[in-house]
Every structure is written in C-alpha cells, then in structure tokens.
Design a protein around this ligand. Structure first.
Ligand code: GTP
Ligand code: MG
Ligand code: ZN
Length: 358
C-alpha cells in the first residue's frame, strides 16, 4: 500500500474532489490499460477497473483515460472485485499520439507526467530532427523534457553529440548514459523526486526499457535486440506501464514510436526560442519568414547570427505542423457534416412520421 502522494497525487487533483473532505471518493491512478481494462492504484492497493457505462458513452468522441490519469472509483466495487471508474480528473499535463490517419479520438500516451525523458540511441537511431520534434511535443504537453542519449558505450564521439544536441535544445538537460552498462544512471536518477512521474519516449530499440531496469535495479521490463540490418527495434514493449521506483518517483515505460507527428505549432517556439525572439522584430506580426519585407529572422540568417540549418529545421517543422493541422481540421469538418447529415435524415423521418398521424 502507498500513500496517494507517493503515487503523484497533489493539490491540483485534491481540489477536484467534490466532497469537502474527500472521504466518499476514492481517487486512483491508472497504471496500465489493456483494451479498456484498467489496472488502477489507490491508497487501498492495486486492482482492476473498467469505465462506467455513462462515462464510456460520454468519452466516445473524446479521450478515454490513459496511463497516468487520476480517476474516481465508484463504491462499492463490482461483485467480481472490478472497480468502476466514474470520473476522470482534469489532467495537469497530457501527451497524446498524433492524429494518426482518420483517428480523431486523441490517444493518451501519458497523462499527468512531470518529466519526459526523450531517449535516443547514440547509434543509427540518432536524429536531431526527431529529437526536436519530440521536444516540441513534450513542451506542448506542459511536461518538462530531458534528452537522454543512450548507448554511450558504443559511440566514439559522445562529447560531440552532446554538444550538438545542446546547441539545438536550448534550456534542456542533456544526459549521455549507457543503460546496458549502468553508466550515468545516478545522474538521471537525481532528476526524479518522490511523487514525480517520468515518462520515457523514443524509437523502438532506443533502450527505454533497459533504462527503466537500470533505474529499478532489476530486470523487470522485457527488452530485445535491435535488427542487425538497420538497427531498428522490434517493438518489444507493447503497452504503457507505470512502475514505482524504490526510493520514490514513478516511471512510465512506453512502446517505441518512430514517427511522432506534430499536431499544431504548439511547442515549436519553445524549441526554437531564439527564432521566436527574433520574430518579435519582424515588421509584420504574422510574418512567416519567407518573402516578407523587414523580416528580422531572414536578416539574422543572412548576417550569420542565426544558423541557417537551424532555420531550415524550424521551417520544416512549422510546415509539417500546419499541414497536419489542416488535415485534422478538414477531417473534423467532414465528421461534423456527417453528423449533421444523419441528424437531418432523422428530422425528415420524424416529420414524415408525424405527417402520417392525425
Ligand atoms: N550497447 C548498448 N545497448 C543497449 C543499451 N541500452 C539498451 N541496449 C540494447 O538495445 C536493445 C533495445 O533495448 P530496449 O530496452 O528493449 O529498447 P526499447 O526502447 O525499450 O524498445 P521498444 O520496447 O521496442 O520500444 C537491447 O538489445 C538492449 O540490450 C546501451 O546502453 N548500450
Ligand atoms: Mg521497451
Ligand atoms: Zn519574419
């Protein structure tokens, strides 16, 4: 059994309890989810839970709870011991998967996380653009990002890599470790305090689960070798799982995601702070830094005070974000039209039916 504070409960969630003393509500944290079956942790211990019918209907078009969410359990439990989730508390931070394909329901990857370790291998996995994309999404989630460069044991120029990432991730801690050899682990353990939740994200094979094991001090998570041909992971971890760290703190291991889409341009300015600052000096407030006159960003590139590579990365990410947002908006518009279409069919039917009555 654990105190709620050890599980990450704090004033933000406490304020959302309805009874003044909270005595009739049982808050619990979602530790794992398997196709609608939840593993929840409360002050009473861990158990299984499912959504109540009303909540399931209400959330049909929204985001069902994900790992890390705080929920309220109904009392008493089902006869078979399964608890019933009646409410999801507002999230302090939320990290979702990009609006993949036709999906408009946001899949919650991690909720109420304080810190996100963006794990990147110092092998073929190393990719600055991907790190920037992760950082933008993490800033947008309102959690704090930390970059973990893993597999330092097989990299000859770790120092140069660290410097490269630091140049592109201003204001972000960058750590190089070897999860396998257990090197540099103390440094990142020191980032995690009691009650803090830390999610690990990154490509399959980057070594997230190996790192979780290193932090736990035991081989609890399954890990698997990367493909020799291209160094890609084999998607060993298949579900998100919260684990308690001995000595305080929680870790959330996640399945690898190679492609992480930007949903909108939120977070990009946090990654490219110096460009956002320059943009304040552009003549036009909505300057796209393309062909507009009086563009302070282009001037900085021309004078060499802003790295042109960096500007290119920025432009590509902004373009990508805009394209995704347009696609997403278009999809929502179509969906709304479909709902209206159905509704007007029903109204027509109702009229006909009424018309037939005296
Ligand atoms: N050389 C070296 N190999 C490592 C290190 N960390 C992890 N590996 C290896 O990389 C492979 C993938 O590690 P995992 O921990 O399974 O990777 P993951 O990020 O959890 O991958 P998914 O669960 O598929 O998303 C395994 O063979 C690990 O032994 C490291 O620091 N150095
Ligand atoms: Mg894994
Ligand atoms: Zn401009």
């Amino acid at each position: 059994m654990h105190a709620l504070s050890e599980l990450g409960f704090g004033s933000f969630f406490e304020q959302q309890l309805q009874s003044s003393d909270g005595s009739h509500e049982t808050p619990a944290r979602v530790a794992a989810e398997h196709r609608g079956a939840y593993e929840v942790w409360s002050a009473a211990g861990s158990g299984q839970a499912r959504l109540c019918g009303r909540l399931r209907r209400e959330l049909e078009d929204g985001s069902p709870p994900g790992v890390g969410d705080w929920v309220i359990l109904e009392e008493p439990h089902d006869p078979d011991g399964t608890a019933v989730i009646e409410r999801v508390l507002d999230r302090r931070t939320i990290f979702t998967r990009g609006a993949a394909g036709r999906e408009t329901r946001q899949q919650v990857i991690a909720a109420n996380v304080d810190l996100v370790f963006a794990v990147c291998g110092l092998d073929a996995d190393f990719n600055l653009r991907r790190i920037e994309r992760y950082l933008a999404r993490i800033w947008a989630s309102r959690a704090r990002p930390v970059v973990i460069l893993n597999k330092a044991d097989i990299c000859d120029d770790t120092g140069a890599r660290i410097a490269e990432v630091e140049r592109h991730a201003v204001g972000v801690q960058v750590h190089a470790v070897s999860a396998l050899q257990r090197e540099g682990i103390g440094e990142i353990r020191a980032e995690i305090r009691e009650g803090m939740t830390v999610a690990l994200v990154g490509s399959s094979g980057a070594g997230k689960s190996t790192l979780v094991n290193a932090l736990l001090g035991e081989e609890r998570m399954r890990t698997g070798a990367v493909r020799a041909s291209d160094g890609r992971g084999r998607h060993v971890t298949t579900h998100r799982q919260l684990v308690l760290l001995p000595g305080g703190g929680l870790l959330l291991d996640t399945p690898g995601m190679r492609e992480l889409q930007l949903l909108d341009d939120e977070g990009i300015d946090d990654v490219f702070g110096e460009i956002a600052e320059l943009a304040a000096g552009c003549r036009f407030r909505d300057c796209k830094h393309e062909t507009e006159p009086g563009c302070a960003v282009k001037e900085a590139v021309e004078s060499g005070s802003l790295d042109s590579d960096r500007f290119e990365h920025y432009r590509k990410l902004v373009r990508e974000a805009r394209a995704n947002q347009l696609r997403h908006d278009e999809h929502r518009r179509r969906q709304a039209e479909r709902v209206w279409g159905q509704l007007s069919d029903e109204v027509a039917l109702l009229r006909k039916w009424k018309g037939g009555k005296p």
